[in-house]
Design a protein. Structure first.
Length: 246
């Protein structure tokens, strides 16, 4: 059952929720919806056009993380299929919470969405959060890659940058690409970070730093930053319209 939409959740440790939401709202220029949930722990980042694809959550425990919501017509059926592919069920609340074979949390939900937002224009260029990179320890890389390929039904594509990366071809209209990165570490749980595409990485870096981000390292086609809570993310030399390297 191929998802018709994917949402990325920025999950914040309780003490960093308010500052984290302020930063991500400012850096994306997306408004924040009214909070919801029993303790006001959820909210949505609202783009100027198109349907939302970024949401935030205050965690009761644990560190910052990214988890994915896969939107499908029948979450229970999709979850049963995912379990057959190697996932582990955590809870069924009507939406189903699971963990991938390598330990990444994801959910099947049935919220409707269909229109991909466009890039945001700035005085110097344009940018968009448009990719989730799954950071996979080396020993889990093959199995995790097969799992996400089979779960989404998206075709694998080699990276032109490194043999330690490959992507899954995003169908037209989807807001988020999926990239898998093989880490140097051998073991541990799979985790994830967000990637931006930008037409001017230098100017975009300056904009993020002015809002409170810090530059961690600059590579040939991407820059690693951290938000005010220390969450890593990347700015990349990719076309915000197509998601491909420029």
């Amino acid at each position: 059952m191929t998802p018709y939409w994917i949402t990325a959740f920025l999950d914040f440790a309780a003490g960093g929720f308010d500052e984290g939401v302020r930063f991500w709202s400012a850096v994306t220029s997306f408004d924040v919806s009214p909070r919801r949930g029993q303790a006001g722990e959820f909210a949505t980042l609202l783009p100027d056009d198109g349907d939302p694809f970024l949401r935030v959550q205050r965690l009761a425990e644990g560190p910052d993380r990214i988890h994915l919501d896969l939107h499908v017509g029948d979450p229970r059926r999709a979850a049963d299929r995912a379990i057959g592919l190697g996932a582990q069920e955590v809870a069924d609340h009507g939406y189903v919470v699971l963990r991938s074979p390598g330990g990444l949390t994801f959910c099947f939900v049935s919220h409707e969405a269909a229109t991909r937002p466009g890039p945001t224009s700035w005085p110097a260029g344009a940018s968009l959060v448009d990719q989730v990179c799954l950071d996979v320890p080396a020993t889990a890389y093959q199995g995790e890659s097969v799992f996400w390929r089979d779960l989404t039904g998206w075709e694998e594509r080699r990276s032109a940058v490194s043999t330690d990366f490959h992507s899954l071809a995003r169908p037209d209209g989807h807001p988020l690409r999926l990239l898998l990165q093989r880490l140097g570490e051998q073991t541990g749980e799979v985790r994830a970070h967000l990637d931006w595409s930008t037409t001017d990485r230098s100017a975009e870096t300056e904009r993020h730093v002015a809002l409170g981000a810090r530059v961690e390292v600059v590579h040939s086609v991407w820059t690693v930053l951290t938000d005010p809570n220390g969450r890593r993310y990347c700015l990349t030399d990719r076309d915000p319209e197509t998601g491909m390297l420029r």
